[in-house]
Design a protein around this ligand. Structure first.
Ligand code: PLP
Length: 421
């Protein structure tokens, strides 16, 4: 690379990722093949439209790349249709809302403070201005159980067009069957945003909402799925020509979604990213990926137990997936930002996060959120978790002692440099 300024920054980030441990549950390390596809000449190409139906010439190879990505994604999730063009998770969600709802329609989604995501209708978003979001919550924060009675009550009262199951800070498995029964009762589209757990579903370590009758799955491709930054929409139904507007029926969902992505909400697809998605989906179809997905969950379960033994109070009492939400305010009388900074100082990266019904403000919340997908990619197993939990607790205890933090940083660096990547 001739741009030495950017080269220096890439080298710095490479060293940062290598010399520390990534505990942010939405991050991962992609393979060299995924990186190679991302850095390929497909970035030069405009391909508005879909395979076989493009608005520009020269699509001999792009059509094959996108078709491969689509077929692999369908196989991975048992879907009738895959749209691989959403630039990211936010765009995937927006496209589904746009495909199925009119302005003013109601969407029933998980409360943001109880684990839902910003794109599920946070007041600051464009979709919150366009649609009417109603929220369900957990019944019991100590176990994480969703209040399905309240969910049903809200669904009967508000007649939502979409019932949205999905989260970015919820450590338990959802009962998709319960969602589906309520959705059928009120005639809502059943949408699961599996951005966080897509890799677990693909690897058989979490339940696939399609198995309980969901119509649409949205996801990011860069979290547990270990692909490039991007979005993906999977659906059940009949696929037809996206150039013709179909009737708004559940059967036509695939075509409605295609039209909502392009030209509804996006322009030209990022074909280099789609090539990288195809590579990642191919990797996720390999038997080793199943081991990886199960190891993520096993590591998270052990890490949760080890943290509890060191005084951490966990939201939902533990975890059934890849992520852990610890209430450090309740545990140690400090806020999440203070904990995040101390833990970051020793080379473990995680994020401060609100806990349900958090008494502290969003920029200094009560919790920290951490997870095991990235560290599992680096080869860590259950036996490594006591050490990680001890470092996290030690960093919190040493938060006002720079010398001790520096000693811990050196320990973490030595440990990480011995890991494969
Ligand atoms: C559940 C969920 N949906 C959507 C998104 C948005 O994805 P992106 O950041 O790629 O737009 C995220 C990202 O954190 C997420 O956790």
């Amino acid at each position: 690379m001739t741009d030495t300024e950017i080269q220096r920054l890439i080298q710095g980030e490479t060293a940062r990722q290598h010399d520390g441990l990534e505990l942010i549950p939405s991050e991962n390390y992609v393979s060299d093949d995924v990186l190679a596809a991302l850095g390929s000449v497909f970035t030069n190409k405009y391909s508005e439209g879909y395979p076989g139906r493009r608005y520009y010439g020269g699509q001999e190879f792009t059509d094959q790349v996108e078709t491969l990505a689509i077929e692999r994604a369908k196989q991975l999730f048992g879907a009738d249709h895959a749209n691989v063009q959403p630039h990211s998770g936010a765009q995937a969600n927006e496209a589904v809302y746009y495909a199925w709802c009119q302005p003013g329609d109601t969407i029933l989604a998980m409360d943001l403070g109880h684990g839902g995501h910003l794109t599920h209708g946070a007041p600051v978003t464009r979709s919150a201005r366009e649609y009417n979001f109603v929220r369900y919550k957990m019944k019991d924060i100590a176990t994480g159980e969703i209040d399905y009675d309240e969910l049903r009550h809200l669904a009967l009262e508000h007649k939502p067009k979409i019932i949205l199951a999905g989260f970015s800070a919820y450590p338990r498995e959802l009962d998709y069957g319960a969602f589906a029964a309520i959705g059928r009762e009120v005639g809502a589209l059943l949408m699961a945003d599996v951005a966080h757990i897509a890799g677990l579903i693909a690897g058989g370590a979490a339940r696939n909402p399609f198995d309980d009758g969901f119509h649409v799955l949205t996801t990011t491709t860069h979290k547990t799925l270990r692909g490039p930054r991007g979005g993906l929409i999977l659906s059940r139904g009949t696929v037809s020509n996206p150039l013709k507007a179909p009737e708004k029926t559940l059967e036509n969902i695939p075509t409605l979604i295609d039209r909502a992505v392009f030209p509804g909400t996006q322009g030209g697809p990022h074909m280099h990213t789609i090539a990288a998605k195809a590579v990642a989906f191919g990797e996720a179809l390999q038997p080793e990926f199943r081991d990886y997905a199960h190891q993520i969950v096993a590591n998270a379960a052990r890490l949760a137990t080890e943290l509890q033994q060191r005084g951490f109070i966990l939201v939902a009492g533990g975890t059934s997936n890849h992520l852990i939400l610890a209430n450090v305010h309740q545990s140690f009388g400090i806020d999440g930002k203070t904990a995040e900074r101390a833990i970051d100082a020793i080379g473990l990266t995680l994020n401060a996060n609100a806990v349900p019904d958090d008494p502290l403000p969003p920029f200094r919340p009560s919790g920290i959120r951490l997870g095991t997908p990235a560290m599992t990619t680096r080869g860590l197993r259950e036996d490594d978790m006591p050490r990680i939990a001890s470092w996290i607790r030690a960093a919190i205890d040493a938060r006002d002692d720079p010398d001790h933090l520096a000693t811990l940083r050196a320990e973490v660096r030595d440990f990480c440099r011995a890991l494969p990547r």
